[in-house]
Design a protein around this ligand. Structure first.
Ligand code: COA
Length: 187
């Protein structure tokens, strides 16, 4: 299993085919899926036929962008996943950050710890000029992670969701951290 990076409390490693069960479990929790699908679980068939092949394809194409399993460094316990990759149609210099963690590990700063590590990775190891992240306007926890990771609000917009989500009438927000601001924060 190839490790992208490690922080004090997280290992981010590449996905394997045998991780499908972990994703099925993660996406079965209505609280985890609240701001993604209005709480509906991701169908098992979709995880097997779409998610896992897409994640493995990223690992084949490039070591620096994709989706990674987050696990505890000591026990290997599954915590969730993070992604860093350009959205469809976005330039390779503008990767988007994302995260989905098991409810059992919320509120301990893990999403922030992983996000900061991936932002550092983006600017240290890729030609990224900015890293973006977006979420529903009412998703306060996710917005807080973005703020704590050094990102700032740059845009309000209306995303196209596959299913109606409670609160989607308040729209969506995009955050960013630019290479210049990242460099300044480290000076
Ligand atoms: C969003 C998510 C990744 C946050 O993970 P986490 O590890 O709990 O995040 P952190 O502990 O690093 O930070 C969370 C921050 O949000 C705050 N927060 C949590 N719930 C909140 C709420 N309802 N209102 C306001 N702030 C809230 C926390 O207090 C914390 O801020 P603080 O450190 O200033 O106190 C996690 O809840 C999750 O995986 N949710 C399901 C998937 C998801 O929604 N992903 C994002 C899609 S855009």
């Amino acid at each position: 299993m190839k490790v992208l990076l490690q922080t004090p409390r997280l290992v981010l490693r590449e996905f394997t085919e045998s991780d499908a069960g972990l994703l099925i479990g993660l996406d079965s929790d209505p609280a985890v899926m609240r701001f993604i699908s209005n709480g509906l679980p991701t169908p098992r068939a979709e995880i097997l036929a779409d998610y896992i092949p897409a994640y493995l394809a990223y690992h084949q194409r490039t070591p620096n962008f994709g989706f990674w399993v987050a696990q505890r460094p000591d026990s290997g316990e599954f915590l969730g996943w993070f992604h860093l990759r350009p959205e469809h149609g976005a330039p390779a210099t503008e990767p988007e950050l994302g995260y989905r963690l098991r409810q059992a590990c919320w509120g301990r700063g893990l999403a922030t710890e992983g996000s900061i590590a991936l932002i550092n990775h983006a600017f240290a190891n890729t030609p990224a000029t900015r890293v973006t992240a977006s979420t529903m306007a009412i998703h306060s926890a996710s917005r807080r992670v973005m703020e704590k990771s050094g990102m700032r609000l740059v845009r309000e917009f209306t995303a196209e969701w596959q299913v109606p989500i409670d609160g989607d009438e308040f729209g969506d927000v995009e955050y960013e951290v630019t290479r210049a601001s990242w460099l300044a924060s480290r000076a």
